[in-house]
Design a protein around this ligand. Structure first.
Ligand SMILES: Nc1ncnc2c1ncn2[C@@H]1O[C@H](COP(=O)(O)OP(=O)(O)OP(=O)(O)O)[C@@H](O)[C@H]1O
Ligand SMILES: [Mg+2]
Length: 254
């Protein structure tokens, strides 16, 4: 059975894209067949997998609007077992297009992946930092949400807001949407604040917080600039080790 996981938090810069790329690559490393869907107009997941999005003429935007067949838009990546449905800036226009004449604006993504999802073990969706139409489409299409939480001030506010949003989706379009877990990111054991926030999240959401915490690790931004996952760039780095361990926690539930 294919499992579809949205990586979401409306707070910006908390590690959604880094988690999308590196969790996808780690699952692919364990021979799972993966599709990473970039639902962020910034195209960061696409760039982070080495794609020059300026040269990319077909993207998820065309698939959502049924202008292109999804099979013609999905690309192979440098990582075995990992395919990508790329995004670029034009995706921002989707919110306004909705007011034109799209039949079912909240199920565009769910409808688009209906026929191809059986080809994959996991579909990972990198969401933008907002709760607009793009994130709603992602949550409606998903079995569960993984919420990256950066161990910093105001982390809790974002978590509270995220939980409220998940409840709204459960009450409307996707009653089966589960919480895959909270993932503590950019963890720095040397800062008191980082430790306090981590303890607070673990205290409140013990069952739902992954044992794996992702440390702050320079190999992660370096690999991102090179356009490869950290598991490929520095397989023995603390960042790579963390994402492999996260993948194992997720596969344990299979
Ligand atoms: N574990 C880490 N160690 C060091 N740097 C990291 C780590 N995780 C993420 N970063 C860096 O933090 C920044 C934000 O990460 P990322 O782009 O994944 O966040 P995001 O939630 O996707 O942001 P946005 O909301 O803009 O989409 C990036 O520059 C990334 O390279
Ligand atoms: Mg991002």
């Amino acid at each position: 059975m294919t499992k579809i996981i949205s990586i979401a938090n409306q707070k910006g810069g908390v590690g959604k894209t880094i988690t999308s790329i590196n969790l996808s690559a780690a699952l692919a490393h364990f021979n799972r067949k993966i599709l990473l869907i970039d639902m962020d107009p910034q195209g960061d997941s696409s760039k982070g997998l080495g794609l020059d999005i300026a040269l990319c003429d077909k993207t998820v935007f065309d698939v959502l609007l049924k202008k292109e067949n999804i099979n013609d838009v999905i690309q192979n990546t440098v990582v075995d077992n990992l395919d990508l449905l790329p995004a670029k800036l034009v995706l921002t226009t989707l919110d306004s297009l909705m007011t034109l004449n799209v039949e079912s604006p909240y199920t565009m993504l769910k409808d688009a992946i209906g026929d191809i999802k059986k080809k994959y073990d996991y579909i990972i969706i990198d969401c933008p930092p907002s709760l607009g139409l793009l994130t709603i489409n992602s949550l409606v299409a998903s079995n569960s949400v993984l919420i990256p939480v950066q161990c910093e001030y105001f982390a809790m506010d974002a978590v509270t807001q995220m939980l409220a949003n998940i409840s709204k989706i459960q009450a409307s379009f996707n009653k089966d949407l589960g919480i895959e877990g909270f993932l503590l990111t950019m963890y720095d054991s040397k800062t008191t604040l980082g430790n306090e926030v981590c303890m607070q999240i673990r205290g409140l959401f013990k069952e739902n917080t992954f044992l794996t915490q992702v440390p702050r690790n320079i190999s992660i931004p370096e690999s991102n600039v090179k356009g490869v996952p950290v598991t490929v760039y520095r397989p023995t780095s603390s960042g790579a080790t963390a994402y492999l361990s996260l993948a194992r926690e997720i596969m344990d539930k299979e």
